[in-house]
Design a protein around this ligand. Sequence first.
Ligand SMILES: Cc1cc2nc3c(=O)[nH]c(=O)nc-3n(C[C@H](O)[C@H](O)[C@H](O)COP(=O)(O)OP(=O)(O)OC[C@H]3O[C@@H](n4cnc5c(N)ncnc54)[C@H](O)[C@@H]3O)c2cc1C
Length: 277
Amino acid sequence: MDAPLSQVFFPASFHELFSAWSRFPDAKPYAGGTDIVWRQGKNTLTLPPIILCLDKLEELHRITRTERYLEIGAMSKLNQIYRLGKIVPEIFSACLENIAGVQLRNIATIGGNICCPARLLDTSAPLAALDALFEIRGAHSSRWVSSSRFFTTDEGASLESQELLTRIRLPLDQWDYSVYKKFSKVDITDSEIMVFLAKTQKNILTDLRVVFKTNTILRNKAGEGLLIGKHLPLSRKIAGDFVQNWLEFLDENHEMSDFTKNELINCIEINIFNLSE
Ligand SMILES: Cc1cc2nc3c(=O)[nH]c(=O)nc-3n(C[C@H](O)[C@H](O)[C@H](O)COP(=O)(O)OP(=O)(O)OC[C@H]3O[C@@H](n4cnc5c(N)ncnc54)[C@H](O)[C@@H]3O)c2cc1C
């Protein structure tokens, strides 16, 4: 069908959304619009010709909580989630608080931050570390995808054409030690973040997750496996071996500048030695 020059749809149901999308396959979902209008300094904005504004889809604004999960609709604003307070896992709150200024966080949505096509944004690090799940809907399908698969695009699990992220399911585990560190960068479009999580029971390390986000998500599961089940405080040798294991993992898996590598390794070292004698 010939599309008019520009058109904005305000679907109020998924049926309306997907029927407009099937008529105009190149239409672009529009959430808060902060990425879509990113770096446009002129008086007149350039927008995609066909827009599917997600604002009227009530389900996407819903936030619910069960004993084990927080379920967040994709249209929830970053600040709205932050303001939920103590139920939000500490590292996720810290991440939200460190995204731009309050004005942007009042407009930008969690769905837009996750689905930004050109680059990996900040929420990817805590969401991958917390093992969040994403609900993705198509016209005739709905599936749950783990956040770490979603952010590792070469596994082919991120959005296909005419698919929408609808919900984020965030596990509400209790972490005994959690650290969120955003390394300062001149270029805010390319952030580097480390997340460090540890869970203990009767002085035994029962879970450990270290995630590093650059332009991809790095997690050294083999290194974590070496420490799980160990008594706390860890011996200095075990803590040192963990750092060494991360160094080898980085050498094998990811090219990065020495500066970035040192920054990350220092951060891992400080935190793992905080759990040692
Ligand atoms: C000044 C400034 C500073 C910033 N600083 C930071 C920062 O420090 N850290 C950081 O992480 N980000 C930062 N950003 C980026 C900002 O967080 C993102 O622009 C924002 O999160 C995008 O959300 P949105 O709702 O505005 O998305 P939109 O701009 O509406 O959409 C972004 C993309 O996602 C797609 N999309 C949106 N929702 C969905 C959905 N539900 N399903 C499928 N696709 C969807 C859209 O089609 C579009 O391609 C900054 C932006 C600005 C302007």
